[in-house]
Design a protein around this ligand. Structure first.
Ligand code: FE2
Ligand code: FE2
Length: 183
């Protein structure tokens, strides 16, 4: 599968795998599933637009994904893992499918892949250490802050924000509030 991925993408994939396993250990998720989903979450990332669009049509995925590789690579990646690699585990497939947008009601595995993608060791942004520490200590809070950042960033660039992302932000915030009230 290495040949599907450029070298930097490959390093990122191994970084997400490693971070996902670390987060699985800290937050009580299945480490093997986390490793697999982490390693292959970007399996479709390097496709060009015509190739991605062909996959979207082949697998009957929503038309709004056409021409939008940033969103499509997670949905196409899940379809490839399911149909070409025979992955049957729904939680792994959903972790790949929603790793870009997240979604309301996401599972622990989905949430930790979403977070691991952003906080893996090869990332180079200035607040990386802050987000890593947050991910280790409070996964929901890390997820919420990443969603808030993503939404603000997309707004700033006048880009479309996926409904799943907005709903995920509200859903995680609600869960954080409920947890705090319970204390
Ligand atoms: Fe991705
Ligand atoms: Fe990624």
């Amino acid at each position: 599968m290495h040949e599907h991925l450029k070298e930097s993408r490959y390093r990122h994939s191994l970084g997400v795998e490693e971070m996902a396993v670390r987060l699985a250990g800290l937050h009580g998720a299945d480490a093997e599933k986390a490793a697999f989903a982490g390693r292959y979450h970007d399996i479709a990332k390097n496709m060009d637009i015509p190739e991605m669009d062909a996959q979207i049509r082949k697998y009957g995925l929503p038309e709004h994904l056409l021409g939008n590789n940033a969103l499509a690579h997670s949905k196409v990646g899940a379809a490839i893992l399911e149909h070409e690699f025979g992955v049957k585990d729904a939680d792994i497939l959903n972790a790949v499918r929603y790793h870009t947008t997240a979604r309301k009601g996401m599972s622990l595995l989905e949430e930790l892949i979403f977070v691991a993608d952003v906080v893996e060791d090869n990332r180079t942004y200035s607040d990386l250490d802050y987000y890593q520490q947050l991910a280790y200590s409070d996964l929901d809070r890390a997820c919420y802050e990443i969603l808030e950042y993503t939404i603000g960033d997309l707004k700033g660039k006048n880009r479309e924000i996926d409904t799943d992302t907005l709903e995920a932000r509200d859903w995680v915030l609600q869960r954080i509030k409920e947890k705090n009230n319970g204390k």
